[in-house]
Design a protein around this ligand. Structure first.
Ligand SMILES: Cc1cc2nc3c(=O)[nH]c(=O)nc-3n(C[C@H](O)[C@H](O)[C@H](O)COP(=O)(O)OP(=O)(O)OC[C@H]3O[C@@H](n4cnc5c(N)ncnc54)[C@H](O)[C@@H]3O)c2cc1C
Length: 569
């Protein structure tokens, strides 16, 4: 049985919650992690989507690579359905969240949270986003020791180069950009992606001539076969902790369980944060109420400290539904890295000349393995996808309507908008000679953007989050500049046709709705509620300049855990 009294209760076992749990448990505190979604690859839940299974897991011996292999297949559609944001029992549907326009919020429920989907990119924030944008109460240098700790735990390493990265690097160099060598990026240029994915087995190198199975133990580390968005169960046959992608369930969760001081209870949706108020004082957090998503029963847990780590949409939602003091920035200042997709298509002969073969084969290698940094604007990344995902991202939706409605005569791209009919078929038929670049802009926090709740719009856990997002002129300008650079790089790399999607806003990277310096103090403890901390991406004071945010969210969560220990234990 799970007890009901802990030193710390952590709400959410996503990207950042397990980092805080691990650090606090290492210091000897008893920690309960409550997670709304299921726990895959754990012997306590042999069929997590079909029946309730066990109640909680407190032992690393519960983790099973074999079970994870059964549950995480390489079938994309099945996995995308499995990793939807909803309860373990998929018969009950997913949890609907309202987002404007054609965009969507992409997040996962389950131990590992949205890192189950993520592509493992672990760059650091741009120092200028902390030291020069003025949103942060701490200096970039303060995060450096925590970055190093997280990067070691996640085995962050420069991604291997396959054809798509080589093509991109050549294009960027030809466009006059330098190769960057430092993890702390202060100037613009290109580099291999620092990924939280184990290095591939050397025998998979193109010159090694290996022709055997790509399963464990023959192959250890990354198998160079994409699959990260679908959970990445590679290498098949490997023990749980030896899976190549270091999503938080594979990296921090085992480390947390190893301490013997952590209990993880999945299928537990927290609906209330309880507080006590002594006369004249700010309220103090004393615990939480949660609802078992299988039985519907509500339970209560007491704790000395409560840590919210439910993500940048659900943490402010919980705060508001718990009727905690409403500072004007609670739920406000949402940044999503307002993004776009620019696609390059090559002629066979041009590729042959550059690569010695007539195809790029974007399905080989790691999903996202090369990047271009531009502090002040954001970043570009090459993306390797399967044809279906590529079609959706690059051609499936556009804020500009269909291609035939747009005339990009003076633009650096040949076509812009959504593709349909014969043109879609023609471009997709060239999938093996296509390279997608993801534009990720340094959008800035605005008060109008964020999460609210409306009493009339509720699910079984209370009013749902309603998200507002409208980029500013500055955000649009930064995105346009990056899209132009992307087109130039693709042209320099020899692309014969460049297509810009002009994608609608989609929340893939979600941050800054409970901003440090606005809602939280420099330790990430709430200004208005004692003993209530936030350790997820909502605590970030902005979108970290446009760099992928998880390394920074996790580094900050590690720092927050130390502050909790200093202040309260
Ligand atoms: C397709 C895709 C690719 C991505 N690739 C990258 C990448 O390469 N690099 C990168 O840095 N970022 C990437 N991201 C973003 C990254 O995954 C997230 O930024 C990161 O996981 C956020 O961490 P978090 O802890 O804030 O939230 P989450 O990881 O979303 O975790 C929140 C957890 O809290 C749980 N929860 C929510 N509400 C409650 C509640 N009331 N009670 C209990 N539990 C609750 C959720 O179920 C979830 O498990 C990607 C995202 C997507 C969708």
């Amino acid at each position: 049985m799970v007890g009901n009294d802990y030193d710390v209760v952590v709400v959410g076992a996503g990207g950042d919650g397990p980092v805080a749990a691990w650090k606090l448990a290492e210091a000897g505190l008893s920690v309960l992690v409550l997670e709304a979604g299921p726990f895959y690859g754990n012997e306590q839940w042999p069929a997590p989507s079909e029946r309730p299974g066990g109640e909680a897991s407190s032992s690393v011996a519960d983790l099973s690579g074999e079970l994870l292999d059964e549950q995480f297949t390489t079938r994309e559609f099945e996995m995308v359905n499995k990793l939807l944001f909803g309860p373990a029992d998929h018969e009950r549907g997913f949890w609907f969240r309202k987002f404007p326009g054609d965009g969507a919020i992409l997040q996962c429920a389950g131990v590992g949270g949205t890192t189950l989907h993520y592509t493992g990119c672990h760059p650091r924030a741009y120092p200028a986003s902390m030291d020069e944008q003025g949103h942060w109460p701490i200096a970039y240098a303060e995060l450096l020791p925590y970055y190093r700790e997280i990067e070691e735990m996640c085995e962050v390493t420069p991604a291997p180069v396959t054809a798509k990265e080589e093509l991109f690097f050549r294009g960027a160099a030809a466009a006059g950009w330098p190769l960057l060598h430092d993890l702390n990026v202060t100037t613009s240029g290109y580099r291999p992606q620092p990924n939280a994915i184990r290095r591939p087995d050397p025998k998979l190198h193109v010159d090694a001539g290996y022709d055997g199975p790509v399963t464990y133990p023959e192959v250890r580390g990354d198998t160079l076969s994409l699959g990260n968005i679908a959970g990445n169960p590679h290498p098949r046959g490997a023990p749980y902790e030896e899976k190549a992608k270091r999503s938080s369930n594979v990296s921090f969760v085992p480390a947390a369980l190893e301490t013997g001081n952590v209990t993880i209870r999945p299928n537990a949706f927290v609906t209330d944060v309880r507080t006590e108020t002594a006369l004249g004082d700010a309220p103090t957090a004393t615990g939480v109420d949660f609802r078992d998503t299988w039985s519907g029963r509500t339970e209560r847990v007491d704790a000395e400290v409560v840590v919210l780590a439910a993500g940048a949409i659900e943490t402010p939602r919980l705060w508001k539904n718990a009727d905690l003091p409403d500072n004007e920035w609670v739920g406000r200042g949402l940044t999503i890295h307002f993004g776009d997709n620019v696609m390059g298509l090559w002629r066979e002969a041009d590729l042959d000349e550059r690569l010695g073969k007539g195809t790029i084969d974007q399905h080989e290698g790691q999903d996202i393995a090369a990047r271009f940094d531009y502090p002040g604007l954001g970043m570009l990344q090459t993306v390797g996808t399967t044809p279906g995902v590529g079609a959706i991202l690059g051609f499936g939706a556009s804020a500009s309507g269909f291609t035939f409605q747009n005339d990009p005569a003076d633009a650096p791209w040949d076509t812009m908008g959504r593709l349909a009919g014969p043109e879609l078929k023609r471009l997709l038929a060239d999938y093996r000679r296509m390279l997608q670049m993801l534009v990720v802009s340094d959008d800035r926090p605005h008060r109008r953007n964020g999460v609210t709740v409306t009493p009339g719009l509720a699910d079984e856990h209370g009013p749902i989050p309603v998200v507002n997002y409208e980029p500013s002129e500055g955000d649009r300008k930064r995105r346009d500049e990056l899209a132009t650079i992307a087109a130039e790089i693709l042209r320099e790399a020899g692309a014969a046709h460049v297509h810009r999607s002009d994608s609608p806003p989609t929340a893939l990277h979600v941050h800054s709705t409970m901003r440090m310096g606005y809602v939280l103090d420099e330790a990430c403890e709430a200004y208005d509620v004692d003993r209530l901390f936030v350790a997820d991406h909502s605590a970030l004071s902005n979108g970290v300049g446009g760099a992928n945010p998880t390394n920074t969210g996790q580094a900050l969560a590690a720092r927050t855990a130390e502050r909790i220990l200093d202040r309260h234990f």
